[in-house]
Design a protein around this ligand. Structure first.
Ligand SMILES: Cc1ncc(COP(=O)(O)O)c(C=O)c1O
Ligand SMILES: [Zn+2]
Length: 413
């Protein structure tokens, strides 16, 4: 038994050739050119039945308050996803000489990363179209998020990860009952293996930048930013970028609200990548074409050779009149400490790559200090403590002997 198709979806449209397709059970990519698809809505119909006042009166504080803008007709009642805190970071703002700096802490989602927004919609789509087994390849966060929400929905999962994924993410997967396939290779190889398995066995595939519904969940972050800033659209939204699906989702969210007339302007987007995992930044700086790079970086979540949603990401940044910037691994690790000490938020390396990029963009005078700026922190620091220990140093070993305290601290208090 499958649920009826969502009311307001008008179809799927290719991001490259604009070919249009109806919403069908297992369509992922464009039949004509093989590129990614975007979900299209009947905005006139949404506007008529869902004015801004109706949204504002809704007491739900989760991604489900935006239900008319999703390609699904049901919800996951628990655990709560989204509506993560957006708050001022005055110490960081003054350090960078900025007037208005906000952090959106998406590490506070159920699986401790932004990816829950995407997994929620993709998993519901799977269930609503009659699947009970979902597969996916991931650097770790999409995987652990799929495992958490699949547990809540009683769906089986087969997850492919690179064997180098941080242990905490692997522990999450195992704890939540996923069948974990640790691939002796890179994320890109895990991705291709997962695709081959999907084609061979007919499972539901949730891969980032392949499944068109992940972007639809990720866009919820922009809806929240608009509401949390009392409908004042920020001037700049700073996003850590790997496959490019978060940033294309961020843009889609602002685009949807703009189409509905809920907001009257759009923000610029700043795409931040690690310096050897910078295929999207390279494309932005040149002819817009995505070409593979080494993908090597300490920030495992954005370690990508060939970004799978690169085309849509480049379109999003260009349409926003934004730009891209690359940061070194050392700048990423330094950003963990800066965000922890300056804003009391513990982010994983990829999670704070956004801040590293903002800092660099400020140094290069690419940012107007009067802008209102939102930095997305996309994953919690506890997911990868080995990386933070590379920069934080070790604690001082002392003997449990009160008589030796003066020896440790000297005579002074
Ligand atoms: C914490 C974190 N930040 C950023 C990203 C990058 O998102 P995308 O690959 O959609 O660009 C990811 C993706 O895995 C992530 O887990
Ligand atoms: Zn196409």
């Amino acid at each position: 038994m499958t649920t009826p198709e969502p009311r307001y979806v008008s179809g799927l449209k290719c991001v490259r050739c604009s070919a249009e397709f109806p919403l069908t059970r297992t369509r992922y990519i464009c039949d004509k050119c093989g590129s990614n698809l975007q979900v299209e809505y009947d905005y006139d119909a949404i506007r008529k039945s869902w004015p801004r006042e109706k949204l504002q009166a809704d007491l739900d504080r989760s991604i489900w308050r935006y239900a008319p803008l999703y390609p699904v007709s049901s919800k996951i009642p628990s655990p709560p996803i989204g509506w993560t805190p957006l708050f001022q970071a005055p110490q960081l703002a003054s350090k960078l000489g900025l007037q208005s700096l906000f952090i959106k802490d998406d590490g506070r989602n159920p699986s401790a990363s932004f990816k829950d927004r995407a997994s929620a919609i993709a998993l519901l789509r799977a269930r609503e179209t009659g699947f009970d087994l979902v597969t996916g390849a991931s650097t770790g966060n999409a995987a652990s998020s799929t495992a958490v929400l699949a547990a809540a929905m009683n769906i089986r999962t087969r997850i492919f990860i690179p064997k180098t994924a941080p242990r905490a993410k692997v522990a999450q997967l195992l704890a939540f009952g996923a069948e974990v396939l640790a691939v002796d290779g890179t994320y890109d190889q895990a991705f291709d293996l997962c695709l081959a398995a999907t084609q061979r066995f007919g499972w539901y595939n949730r891969n980032t930048g392949y499944n068109p519904y992940t972007r639809e969940g990720k866009k919820s972050v922009s809806f929240e930013i608009c509401e949390q800033l009392n409908w004042q659209v920020p001037d700049l939204v700073v996003v850590p970028v790997g496959d490019g699906n978060i940033i294309s989702g961020v843009w889609k969210g602002f685009h949807d609200f703009h189409k509905l007339g809920f907001i009257d302007r759009l923000p610029r987007l700043l795409a931040v990548q690690a310096e050897h995992s910078d295929a999207i930044v390279r494309a932005l700086e040149t002819d817009g074409q995505i070409r593979p790079v080494s993908g090597q970086t300490v920030a495992d979540s954005i370690s990508v050779s060939l970004p799978r949603d690169g085309e849509a990401a480049v379109q999003a940044v260009r349409a926003s009149k934004g730009f891209g910037i690359r940061v070194s691994d050392d700048e990423i690790l330094q950003a963990i400490l800066a965000v922890a000490r300056g804003a009391a938020v513990f982010g994983e390396p990829a999670g704070v790559t956004s801040y590293a990029g903002l800092r660099k963009a400020v140094d290069q005078r690419l940012v107007d200090p009067r802008w209102s700026i939102v930095v997305l922190v996309t994953g919690n620091g506890l997911k990868d403590i080995a990386s933070v220990m590379k920069i934080s140093g070790e604690p001082r070993l002392v003997s449990p002997d009160a008589g030796k305290l003066e020896e440790i601290f000297g005579a002074k208090r």
